[in-house]
Design a binder for this molecule. Structure first.
Ligand SMILES: C[S@@+](CC[C@H](N)C(=O)[O-])C[C@H]1O[C@@H](n2cnc3c(N)ncnc32)[C@H](O)[C@@H]1O
Length: 226
């Protein structure tokens, strides 16, 4: 019997696991490059892929800003899914040393990525965001997601976040928690707030079998504030 691969596994993908991804699909090729780097948990590969493809169904082009990027896989996948985005910035004050290894493995597989992704060791507060940018952020913990949204809104840039680690002391439930689960209330407030700033919003989920922190909020500025 073929063993079922647990997509939510936190085990690190290693070069020996390339055989789990034998196909020629873009996903399998990315997965093998991630395995060769030997730096990322399996869960992160699937989270990133599922988020990126949903975002790309809504938003094409633009400079990519992967905020709270960690290893920066999302920045790479966003470029691979849409060649009309030329460059990406991967921003995080604590970029792990192994991020370079991951980027090298992906760039060796797709030489066209060379010099198009820049890692910036800085905080979300410091990065300049332009109106044409596409801001993405996977699992920016707690209020960091609120910061990503407000920074994107300042520049009326398109934005996509997948929140995690909701902090009920720092992010508002809007008193909706009498009707719904508390972390859902926080994300509903975020969505409604984004819409009140003139954004058209979209709400999606990635599969719960990968992560329970699977809500994806996307928005695009469309009108002047009310
Ligand atoms: C849960 S990790 C998510 C990493 C990656 N996006 C992912 O999906 O795996 C949260 C990241 O936020 C980063 N971070 C914390 N404070 C930050 C800030 N002020 N600006 C940017 N990133 C920050 C941390 O260093 C960490 O890498």
């Amino acid at each position: 019997m073929v063993p079922v691969m647990k997509k939510s596994s936190k085990n690190r993908l290693t070069p020996g696991q390339q055989s789990l991804f034998p196909g020629e699909s873009l996903f399998d090729r990315i997965a093998r490059a991630v395995c060769r780097a030997g730096t990322l948990p399996r869960k992160e590969l699937y989270e990133t892929w599922e988020m990126a493809r949903r975002v790309r169904r809504q938003f094409r082009g633009g400079r990519i800003l992967d905020l709270a990027c960690g290893h920066g896989l999302l920045a790479h996948v966003m470029l691979l899914l849409d060649r009309s985005s030329e460059t990406a910035l991967a921003v995080d004050p604590h970029i792990p040393p192994s991020a370079e290894k991951l980027s090298k493995s992906l760039t060796e597989t797709w030489p066209g990525l060379e010099n198009r992704i820049t890692y910036l060791r800085m905080s979300i507060q410091e990065v300049e965001i332009l109106p044409g940018d596409l801001v993405v952020s996977a699992h920016a913990c707690g209020p960091l997601t609120d910061l990503v949204l407000s920074r994107a809104v300042e520049s009326r840039a398109r934005v996509a976040v997948m929140p995690c680690c909701h902090d009920l002391n720092l992010s508002s439930t809007g008193a909706l928690d009498g009707w719904m689960e508390k972390t859902l209330a926080v994300d509903v407030v975020r969505a409604v707030r984004l819409r009140s700033r003139g954004y058209r919003i979209m709400t999606k989920k990635i599969p719960e079998t990968i992560t329970p922190k699977n809500r994806l909020l996307m928005g695009e500025y469309e009108a002047d504030e009310e």
